[in-house]
Design a protein around this ligand. Sequence first.
Ligand SMILES: *Cc1c(COP(=O)(O)O)cnc(C)c1O
Length: 408
Amino acid sequence: MALINENYQKLSKNYLFSEIARRVEKFQNENPNAKIIRLGIGDVTQPLPQVCIDAMKKAVEEMSDAKTFRGYGPEQGYKFLREKIAEYNYKRRGLKIDSEEIFISDGSKCDCGNIQEIFSIESKIAIADPVYPVYLDTNVMAGRTGELKSDGHFEGVVYLPCTEENNFSPSIPDEHVDLIYLCSPNNPTGTTLSKDTLKKWIEYAKENEAIILYDAAYAAYITEKNIPQSIYEIEDAEECAIEFRSFSKTAGFTGTRCGYVVIPNELFGKNKFGEKILLKDLWLRRQTTKFNGTAYIVQRGAEAIYSEEGQKQIKNLVGYYMENAKIIREGFEKIGMKTYGGINAPYIWLKTPKNISSWEFFDKLLNEVNIVGTPGAGFGPCGENYFRLTAFGNRENTIEAMNRIKNN
Ligand SMILES: *Cc1c(COP(=O)(O)O)cnc(C)c1O
């Protein structure tokens, strides 16, 4: 028999969302009349913007004629899309990112997971706790960590606790690390990192010759003017940061699949001889070998959000979810519960009442008001005693859920 990659066995088998599904199914079987409302999902529910639909239909038509048919596209993504991204998300905001520094993909999860491949297996990584599981698990699979310890942390990883005490803003480590995963607006906490905080991280990265891997999948949800949408709004970030963006939450592309990575021309790693190597070149080499681009039809759909009408439509879409976020946030505040997030992100992060465990709170919400959320402990040990609700439901269910909670 072929030997397996042992690193996979270090990962915990109890996958968060399958455990949630198991408990919900059991409850529904025992209570067939209960109308369960799901506020646990990290997936969008509203249809794609009309501009995207129209653009994709047109692209499908092009595929029906040999004269306009497209086969394999460029691995880096079509220039028409890269240029629009550079123009709308960077140049118009006064940032110098060029289309040649943008790499289109079939979504940000793959990019966030694959990027570690271009770095040494010896790299020391720093990761927030709680966190989107992809950053950590892909490093475990690659063999960049030791075993899982009894405290829920992997050996060899520098964890950055994010709790009420530090306002969910990770502290700078007092040791050297090579790679730092930051996510703002954050999944699961819904909180953001300020310009001053990012400045400190960039200072640290420059001093330590570290690279910041900045996940900005929720940039479109930022409503407060002083919160940076891109890490490149901070001086010198081009020398030490890679940025990940996605059309998934911005434009409802979770099932359609499109995202991108920005790797600036100024960003270098070094080889064993200490020579500077352009990270962008390594990523292109990786992509040309392992990836053949996301569909032309999808890239045309993504391009469509970069027009006056397209921007209006995605603003409405995001606005719909953010109104849900407000309803959830205010609903909990009315019953005297402290909430975090929900202002610049579609996630509301709750402290569980009387410090009960996050799974106990999960069962309580499910049993008493038939609402499904996500236990904070599923995102890392520091998520214990917290709970995540999402604004991705429809309006009617969100209002109904908050009424149930208020009247319980
Ligand atoms: C949803 C999400 C993404 C985007 O994932 P896609 O693969 O682009 O759908 C990236 N990072 C975080 C933290 C997310 O929650």
